[in-house]
Write a protein that binds this ligand. Sequence first.
Ligand code: ATR
Length: 278
Amino acid sequence: MGERDQYVVIGNPIEHSKSPQIHYMFGEQTGEPIEYKKILCPLGGFTRAVTDFFAEGGLGANVTVPFKLDAYDLATARSTRVEHARAANTLVNKDGLIHAENTDGLGFVTDIVRNLEFPIVDKSILIVGAGGAARGILLPLVEERPKRIMVVNRTPDKARELIKSIEADTKGFPIVLLSGGLQDVVEDEFDMIVNATSSSLSGDAFPLSSNVLGPNALAYDMMYGKDDTSFSRWASVAKAYQISDGLGMLVEQAAESFFLWRGKRPETRAVMEALRAT
Ligand code: ATR
């Protein structure tokens, strides 16, 4: 391998990943000599791809859809967040071990609290969706001490199971936990709604009535794309005070990975602005 330290992002599809751009900007900004590539990995080929890359001297990997669970399985050391999310998005090759971390939830919280200046403490939060994306943000969200979290999902049992999985971690917190199906969200005063579904990928309308937000509410889409999504259209109709896509989360989770790998914390705002401009 060349002189630069090697990192990759592994996924399928991977073509549109912005991670190489982001990490190159971080590298330039901090003076860290890194090279960061994309690997399009065949389904079923994840273990091979990672072990080959690390055997050749690769130092770290980001993992994206659909391999975050495989990354969890492959790891030889896991953080609490990874154990909780049952998924990993960052691998570190160190001391003969493959360390797994999940920086998605931290990136999500940092974007909301610091970049959007929206404190989560005492807020009432509605999460729509109960797949991997929702699972990854739940514990970091609880740690911010909101007043109430409700998770709803097209398949209600998955929402119930997800809420059950954090009950032990919220003992002693004065937090109300609720779960149910999409029809269980009635007129309410949620301060924040998070779209953790993949419904905009399918082009389906966002599956909720529009009278669930209180004044000054934040509508946050974990997905990121250039165009309007069914969620952002829904949020306008629902009179959300602030609407955000997941670009900030994407950059912040990358910054956490970069910090784990290089021990330096990059500045994220300029990187977000550069990405918005392209
Ligand atoms: P991810 O890892 O991105 O969370 P996932 O684990 O496949 O992906 O979860 C996708 C989520 O989007 C699920 O909550 C899914 O609902 P189901 O559990 O009922 O499948 C939700 N979802 C996907 N398409 C949807 C749609 N058209 N309407 C409502 N929810 C949808």
